[in-house]
Ligand binder design. Sequence first.
Ligand code: 5AD
Ligand code: SF4
Length: 346
Amino acid sequence: MLNLIEKAMNTHNLSKEELISLLKDDNYFEDLLFAANQVRKKYVGDEIHLRGLIEFSNFCKNNCLYCGLRRDNKKLIRYRMDEETIVSLASHAKQIGLKTVVLQSGEDLHFNTERMCLIIRAIKDLGLALTLSIGEKTKEEYAAYREAGADRYLIRIETTDKKLYAENDPDMSWEERAQCIRNLKSLGYELGSGCLVGLPNQTLSSLAEDILFFKKTDCDMIGIGPFIPHPDTPLKNAKGKELNLSLKVMALTRLLLPDINIPATTAMETLAPDGQAKALNGGANVIMPNITLTNYRKFYQLYPGKTTTGYTPDDSLQKVIDKIHALGRTVGLGYGQSPHWQKEQK
Ligand code: 5AD
Ligand code: SF4
């Protein structure tokens, strides 16, 4: 196993079988995270880049079995912020020193191309880097957002196992999602994807495929999230909560894609008070402090138990900064593009 980890550190290539054997073996968990941490240091340095997350609407037209925002969850109180509120939160983000904001929502048709482009232009006028995480759109829509100034886009493939995808994402098509990812890349976005770990019936073989997919599609950022069952969804009795397996998938992703950005995800922190610290010491170099207004947060329930629920934007940021300093790392002062993406621009 140690030879395999060494090989990954030096060549940044592993076969599917090699990935599976590392995912299977729990005896080398610490070694794997340690190796990923070294590769992180060498390729992306000690800075941790912050992204202010604005959850601007929890309406969603989709019905993913794992997600609390699914349209059939009638228990959830829905909200959407108006344009002024979204832009004023971005402006506040700038005031408190953030350089990037991420606009995230369910797939909410209220925010048509025209509305989105108005918001994008207003935020870009503030001089911030802007990431969108608003789901599947046509290539023309992605092009319009890009034209309006959007820099980055997050869209997880969720799983590369097409059967599992079909079971968990009814009415959606895996091929279309993969096409969205290719479209975004071709439009020059800094591209973020990722997967869920611990879905019922998910295999280690498919997780290995997920990692190889990230490499093949030339992603610039990868977010790995442990699946956490939500009580008001069909998967409420599923097990999920695979923190260590998620950390292993994340560490292997760092080993194979050494110069990308990798967030320590909120879902990891939800499962353990030191979940994000472990991630930051196992290959991650980004945190996304939540800067959604406190009164909306409890309704943005992808999964239960989100640790950021009761906080204000300023509290959330301070907590994250404290965590970074406690680890002896520094807060990134620039826009924090991944070296991978920067190289492609030359
Ligand atoms: N547990 C963890 N992550 C989830 N997501 C949706 N539902 C859950 C859940 N129950 C993730 C999906 C989506 C992202 C915004 O949130 O991967 O892409
Ligand atoms: Fe909607 Fe995304 Fe949740 Fe699926 S995962 S129901 S697309 S918010």
